[in-house]
Design a protein around this ligand. Structure first.
Ligand SMILES: Cc1cc2nc3c(=O)[nH]c(=O)nc-3n(C[C@H](O)[C@H](O)[C@H](O)COP(=O)(O)OP(=O)(O)OC[C@H]3O[C@@H](n4cnc5c(N)ncnc54)[C@H](O)[C@@H]3O)c2cc1C
Length: 411
């Protein structure tokens, strides 16, 4: 079977890998360069312990308060676009405990094989940077850990065995000596890992090319219909298409008469070169600031901010500087707001109104499949998404684990 995968981000490349390994004749069509969309400058966490749907009880109040802040980590852009307003309304409707638990359960099931699949990538010869020391969550205000305690309790009640362990401030500082004495205790999520995101997408693309898969960059897909993918550069034929175009999937789906409720949420990162006293030695979640830090072989990356409705990937200096200032107090001997030589980046998370990605067959078009809407969790969820979707495309039957992610659901 010939399968075209539209989009060369972490989700599309993982799908291409799984399809190719199962014997499909795969072509990847990427508008720009592989791995240079949302998958580029994120923190690369593969974090089943922090996998939960965004709409939850209490989030609306918090979001509305934050909407009026010019510098806070959360922002809701005002807008009169009817599809944006419909999304906001649906999101609000989904902020309840029942929907939240339904989403948590769906994620626990989806994530069960995640780390195993990543290990299988390595075993198959995909080369990428991965760290498995677990994530360390710390807070300045001890109350900020409470919300995560609740999340971990819910995860455990749903059968998640994540090796989550509470640590005192002293223990946290022993694990990461660069933390300041202002930090209180937190949590170690032992099962979680972090990858260098570009190394993963480049590793997958390298494996694909070495194994005879055509990875075509600079190919802009406009529409897809039965067996034909229309691109600006000419038509491509395939028996099935997987649309993994992140936030840009919408227009392609409209050509099929399919509407998806998805809005952009912009986030930022700064990547500093390592060396000397530049930054901590592991992955950290700084709870009060809602900022993640990932340490790689040569760099340290700090990422955060959630600007709902921001459509372009422009870096707004005011909000980025504010993000960096909020994390200075977490560290001793390192002030990210004053550190030199950092590379700034902004990326767009594709967000559905129930916080669950869209994985499965499109409601119209028997041979068109969808893998997008992974929001804050695309790196974490890509391995399991790809494994289940590849089986669906090639065998024609969906694993029941995919039911909650059906693109035809009322999200
Ligand atoms: C600041 C920040 C930090 C984050 N941290 C994490 C984290 O630690 N862990 C985690 O799991 N997730 C994280 N995320 C979320 C994660 O980055 C995304 O969920 C993920 O990258 C989405 O991957 P994707 O492949 O769906 O999209 P993308 O990476 O955007 O890939 C889509 C691709 O499709 C291509 N495309 C679009 N339109 C067309 C077209 N018409 N024709 C052909 N190609 C097209 C694009 O060029 C792009 O390369 C973070 C996001 C941000 C912004």
């Amino acid at each position: 079977m010939r399968v075209a995968v539209v989009g060369g981000g972490v989700v599309g490349l993982s799908c291409a890998f799984e399809l190719s390994r199962r014997g499909a004749d795969v072509v990847v069509l990427e508008r720009d360069r592989v791995g240079h969309g949302a998958s580029f400058g994120n923190t690369g966490w593969v974090c089943p312990s922090f996998t939960y749907p965004l709409p939850g009880p209490g989030i609306v109040g918090e979001g509305l308060r934050a909407a009026f802040s010019r510098e806070g980590p959360l922002a809701i852009r005002p807008g009169l676009d009817p599809s944006y307003l419909r999304w906001l309304w649906a999101f609000r409707r989904n902020c309840n405990r029942e929907t939240w638990l339904h989403g948590m359960k769906a994620f626990v099931e989806l994530n069960r094989p995640t780390t195993e699949i990543l290990d299988a990538y390595r075993d198959a010869g995909v080369e990428f940077e991965m760290h498995d020391a677990g994530l360390l969550l710390v807070a300045l205000d001890p109350k900020k850990v409470d919300v995560y305690r609740e999340i971990f309790r819910d995860l455990a009640s749903l059968g998640f065995e994540g090796g989550i362990r509470e640590v005192s401030g002293q223990e946290a500082r022993e694990l990461e000596p660069m933390l300041s004495t202002q930090t209180n205790g937190g949590v170690v999520a032992r099962v979680d890992r972090w990858v260098h995101p570009l190394s993963l997408t480049e590793g997958l693309a390298g494996w694909l090319t070495a194994n005879g898969v055509e990875v075509r960059e600079g190919v802009d897909v406009r529409a897809t219909r039965s067996g034909i993918i229309e691109t600006v550069q000419g038509a491509v034929e395939a028996d099935a298409t997987v649309i993994a175009a992140g936030i840009s999937a919408g227009p392609m789906l409209r050509s099929l008469g399919v509407r998806v409720r998805m809005v952009p949420a912009r986030g930022y990162s700064v990547t500093y070169p390592r060396g000397g006293s530049a930054g901590p030695s592991r992955a950290l979640y700084l709870a009060d600031a809602r900022v993640g830090v990932s340490t790689y072989e040569d760099t340290v990356r700090v990422a955060g901010v959630f600007e709902l409705g921001a459509r372009d990937a422009a870096v707004k200096a005011g909000r980025l500087d504010a993000m960096l200032r909020t994390i200075d107090p977490f560290f001793t001997d390192w002030r990210p707001s004053e550190a030199r030589g950092g590379t700034t980046w902004a990326g767009i998370r594709p967000l559905t109104s129930d916080g669950l990605p869209l994985i499965g067959r499109t409601p119209r078009g028997q041979n068109v499949f969808l893998a997008t809407g992974h929001g804050m969790l695309g790196v974490t969820l890509a391995p399991a998404t790809a494994s289940l979707l590849a089986a669906f495309v090639l065998e024609g039957r969906a694993d029941p684990v995919l039911d909650p992610f059906d693109p035809a659901r009322r999200a």
